[in-house]
Design a protein. Structure first.
Length: 439
């Protein structure tokens, strides 16, 4: 592994200890040894969490296990019950400095697991199919590394374990929004925040990132189409909401092809559609749910307007009524360039020069975006793809799994990002302006 421009950091990393002054290279090597030591435990943590998945705002066992693990490794300041079952902890360094946050999500998905793993889900119909089990294990591993190094840290690391990233049950609050509302970015104030996500499309052993937009803004919708129930053999006696819905679903795809600049990424997807109770009855109602994903804020507003026009206009043409619920899940994940560019050297330090890739923006969403609107944020991908171990299936599918050999790299990257940020930012340095990106 090559070393990069370490000379400028040495003076800020010289810390008096009982043994000696530490050099930057020594600290990096020490991180490597600590990661290697904790790696088997990280795998065990991941497997335990994977076997006991819990849905958003229901992560009671998960939160309890995380708090117990942090307490066992010597973390003293632990706050539980944040945004229902979230956990927030502080690791104070031996010198004054800023506060940097490391964040992991906690919730699983309503998917029936089909991996056949010996530690497969024990909760029928619930699965960690998005890698949050790995994210939590990685952050616990980073916590263990940083606890061992706290005497030489110039500042504080805030660990954020967040529930309900996949979405909040209707009628409830949760996720990053509620974490922020309950003060997770304050007490003490966070200067910057980092997060990662496993990516089964990237080879294990590699990291990928970009500055600017990385993940899409996401809006979640539910549409109720109401007609008039009738006998299936006498449809003229009613108003068929299923036929109307079929036209609406098809027409919504013209948002991308006819109503927005086709050079701008837009995806409108229907994920659920419910109607009827019998094959010979035309029902009164159809309900369908889905998401809209965009990168450009102006296009996002334009799509929302066209969505309403198409649904309401097509419904009127078929003699049915439409009730629309259109909710903001989160803006695009925007990697702050002033934060991200210098952190590239940290990723190279963690993975090696040839293993840090430039990521293309994708249409997945992440409510990490809400944190990055409040403070400078940096989000990156950890490659977990390896055909040899069967880690080839996409996120949100029943056979999705990861190459566990990639987990130590995640621990190393998160640990070094926290250390490098703290050593490169003296106390009191103002944070850069943040937001959703260029309008």
């Amino acid at each position: 592994m090559r070393r990069f421009a370490m000379i400028t950091l040495v003076s800020t990393l010289f810390v008096p200890t009982a043994a000696a002054w530490l050099r930057a290279e020594d600290l990096t090597a020490r991180v490597g040894r600590l990661v290697q030591a904790v790696a088997p435990q990280v795998i065990q943590w991941r497997r335990d969490i994977h076997a006991h998945p819990e849905l958003g705002n229901r992560e009671q066992r998960t939160g309890q296990v995380i708090a117990e693990r942090l307490h066992a490794m010597g973390v003293v300041e632990i706050r539980t019950g944040v945004a229902h079952h979230g956990v927030v902890a502080l690791i104070h360094g031996g010198r004054p400095g800023p506060v940097v946050a490391l964040r992991s999500d906690m919730d699983a998905l309503p998917i029936h697991e089909q991996t056949g793993l010996p530690f497969a889900s024990q909760n029928d119909g619930v699965m960690h199919a998005c890698g949050h089990d790995a994210h939590m294990a990685i952050l616990l591993g980073a916590a263990q590394v940083l606890v061992e190094l706290r005497d030489v840290l110039p500042g504080t690391v805030k660990l954020i374990f967040q529930p309900a990233e996949e979405g909040v049950p209707r009628g409830e609050e949760g996720g990053a929004k509620l974490m922020i509302k309950e003060g997770v970015l304050h007490h003490p104030d966070v200067a910057a925040i980092f997060g990662l996500h496993v990516n089964p499309e990237v080879e294990a052993g590699k990291l990928s990132y970009c500055t600017g937009p990385l993940l899409a803004a996401v809006d979640i919708f539910q549409v109720t189409i109401t007609g008039k129930q009738s006998h299936a053999g006498m449809p003229w006696q009613g108003v068929d909401p299923i036929v109307a819905t079929a036209h609406i679903v098809t027409a919504l795809q013209t948002i991308r092809s006819r109503h927005t600049d086709t050079r701008q990424p837009v995806v409108v997807s229907i994920g659920m559609l419910h109607a009827g109770t019998a094959c010979n009855v035309i029902p009164e109602k159809v309900v369908f749910d889905g998401t809209v994903r965009t990168h450009n804020p102006q296009v996002r507003r334009q799509v929302a307007e066209w969505f309403r026009r198409i649904v309401e206009g097509t419904a009127a043409a078929h003699g049915v009524t439409a009730q629309i619920r259109y909710d903001d899940y989160g803006p695009a994940v925007w990697n702050d360039p002033e934060l991200g560019k210098p952190m590239r050297s940290t990723l190279v330090k963690a993975a090696g020069l040839g293993n840090v890739l430039e990521a293309e923006p994708i249409m997945g969403g992440e409510d990490f975006a809400h944190y990055a609107q409040q403070v400078p944020g940096f989000f990156f991908f950890l490659g977990v793809r390896n055909p040899v171990v069967g880690a080839i299936y996409p996120l949100h599918t029943p056979r999705m799994t990861i190459d566990e050999a990639a987990l130590p790299l995640g621990v190393r990257a998160m640990s070094l990002l926290a250390i490098d940020y703290l050593t490169q930012h003296p106390p009191g340095k103002a944070a850069s302006a943040v937001g959703e990106g260029p309008h």
